[in-house]
Design a binder for this molecule. Structure first.
Ligand SMILES: *Cc1c(COP(=O)(O)O)cnc(C)c1O
Length: 394
């Protein structure tokens, strides 16, 4: 039986999967703009973090910048900085400004358009905050922010107000305050460790947080919300981190793939290592115009996720965060995508479409309507092919 320890580089995946599966996950490798960087550095997540692309000069090494992108960078950088890992940068199309990876990471003129209905804190996370850095909205679970930094600053980020803001770093004091709140509230069974990206923290701090949570008897589920598998897959190449995750079982990770282009051989290696270490995984996509607002793309994401042993969990309607209106679709679009998947592909591949309600109402599922009519105990339903069937209730 192969162990995650046997999987150190992408070539090792040949021990686990047949070639026709591996072929679906192209190797990303080292971008030619970084030819002078040693392999040892390139595949080291700390080097990736330290060498994030944060200015036009760095960006122009990996893509042919358009005038519009340059101008959008200059006008947006003060409000929401740019940061792209060289790993993610290597996935961008050099010439196509509409590349789905590029749209998620390079500033766009659409960001300058802040609508009257946009909100700084769209999900009112700061309202349900009993102690700094922890949102307690649902009865039995909390969202626990342990870092305000991320390897990449996604342009569609819902937590723009906090992420990468130097004045709001989640320090050790905030982490200990959150742990104390969880310890003293027995109804909390499920803790979502989030941020920023928790896997940005150093291994010792991650070990400390997970270890403290595991000591609390009423805490059953520990979930980590992390996009590292997508934006810096090499983080999961770190044996010490995998050992820590293995030690504090059961651990779930929810990640955030938004497009098949992000599903590289490196990402497959990252998820396989996690799976073999006993971590279960889910994916939360955000419905983004021009990126994944298409049933065929969503289906492809889902199929690849299942091969990566990641269960599609949610598709989020893009929320009302400031300066992301150019990414928003109608809610009907999300319902249409689900309708085009349900029945037409494995039930396992179908995520729940939700609108995270502005103002802090929580996640509201929105589904296609399969109920046709009721006549006493006769209920008429329709199937995925729009054929009607009658069910007789007792
Ligand atoms: C999303 C979220 C959760 C977790 O919700 P699930 O539906 O259990 O995944 C918990 N708390 C807050 C504040 C959230 O936004």
């Amino acid at each position: 039986m192969t162990s995650w320890k046997d999987l150190q580089k992408v070539a090792d995946l040949e021990k686990v999967y047949p070639k026709h599966i591996l072929d679906k996950f192209p190797i990303s490798g080292k971008h030619q703009a970084y030819a002078d960087v040693s392999d040892e550095n390139w595949y080291d997540w700390k080097w990736q973090l330290k060498n994030r692309i944060t200015n036009l000069e760095g960006l122009s090494k990996v893509i042919d910048l358009t005038e519009e992108e340059k101008s959008a960078f200059e006008k947006s950088n003060e409000k929401f900085k740019m940061a792209i890992t060289p790993y993610y940068g290597a996935l961008m199309d050099k010439t196509d400004p509409n590349c789905p990876v590029r749209l998620q990471s390079v500033p766009n003129m659409g960001e300058l358009n802040v609508l009257e209905t946009d909100l700084e804190d769209p999900l009112a996370e700061d309202k349900d905050m009993p102690v700094p850095g922890l949102t307690h909205r649902y009865p039995d679970r909390v969202l626990f922010y342990v870092s305000n930094d991320c390897p990449m600053l996604c342009r569609h980020c819902t937590r723009k107000r906090k992420v990468a803001d130097e004045n709001s770093t989640a320090g050790r004091k905030q982490i200990d305050g959150g742990l104390e709140y969880i310890r003293s509230n027995k109804q909390i069974r499920d803790v979502i460790v989030s941020g920023g990206d928790p896997l940005c923290l150093n291994n010792d701090l991650i070990d400390y947080i997970l270890g403290e949570l595991r000591k609390i008897e009423h805490v059953e589920i520990v979930r980590i919300g992390s996009r590292n598998q997508v934006t810096m897959a090499y983080r999961l190449f770190d044996d010490e981190l995998i050992k820590i995750l293995e030690k504090h079982q059961p651990i779930h990770i929810n990640t955030h793939f938004n497009h098949p282009k992000e599903m590289t051989r490196e990402a497959l290696l990252a998820s396989t290592r996690l799976a073999l270490a006993g971590v279960t995984m889910g994916n939360q996509s955000v419905l983004l115009k021009g990126i994944n607002d298409d049933a065929l793309i969503m289906k492809e994401i889902s199929h690849k996720l299942l091969l990566m042993r990641i269960r599609p969990y949610y598709i989020y309607q893009c929320d009302l965060s400031e300066g992301i209106s150019h990414f928003r679709t109608s809610i009907d679009k999300g319902v249409e995508i689900i309708e085009k998947m349900r029945g037409w592909t494995s039930g396992l591949a179908i995520p729940q479409f939700v609108v995270d309600a502005p103002g802090g109402g929580g996640k509201i599922p929105v589904n296609p309507q399969y109920f046709v009519k009721r006549d006493g105990k006769k209920v008429v339903l329709r199937n995925y092919k729009k054929e009607e069937f009658t069910y007789y209730e007792p």
